[in-house]
Design a protein around this ligand. Sequence first.
Ligand code: PNS
Length: 159
Amino acid sequence: MGTTAVVVPGSFDPITFGHLDLVERAASHFPRVVVAVLDNPSKSALFTVEERKALIAASVAKLPHVEVDSFEGLLADFCVQRGIGVIARGMRTGRDFEHELRLAQMNRRMRRLETAFFASSSEHSHVSSSLVKETARRHGPLATMVPPHVASALASKYS
Ligand code: PNS
């Protein structure tokens, strides 16, 4: 197990089983995991930052060493402030690769932060928050993509 804390950053609008798989796997390799929601007022989100944090907290309640937080500004600065040395990101398909590579290189150059990529589990590689919202908006089935409390929160938003 590594000795540094790891951050699992993202928009989490809302958290999915893909994110949760990543958080659980990161928690088995690092002594402390911080799930960090980007607070980006310029980007319109379905859930507020507080709602997103609450949905994440309910999803990770049984996992030890996992905290939920939010950040504004640069992820690299948040990591330095919190003593976090590694960023964990999921890699679903080749489409994620180029963008993720640039982010990782940028974060390493700015603050010497390493990024650990976790290959997404095959059953979750198609899952994204945008697809989840599109499905929810059309009242489609969500059970394979998000936990029940997230499905309920989506149902109330689109009721
Ligand atoms: O869930 P997402 O939208 O794929 O997450 C992307 C996220 C939040 C990890 C990324 O956009 C990010 O770190 N944003 C914060 C600003 C920042 O540090 N950008 C990278 C260097 S310019």
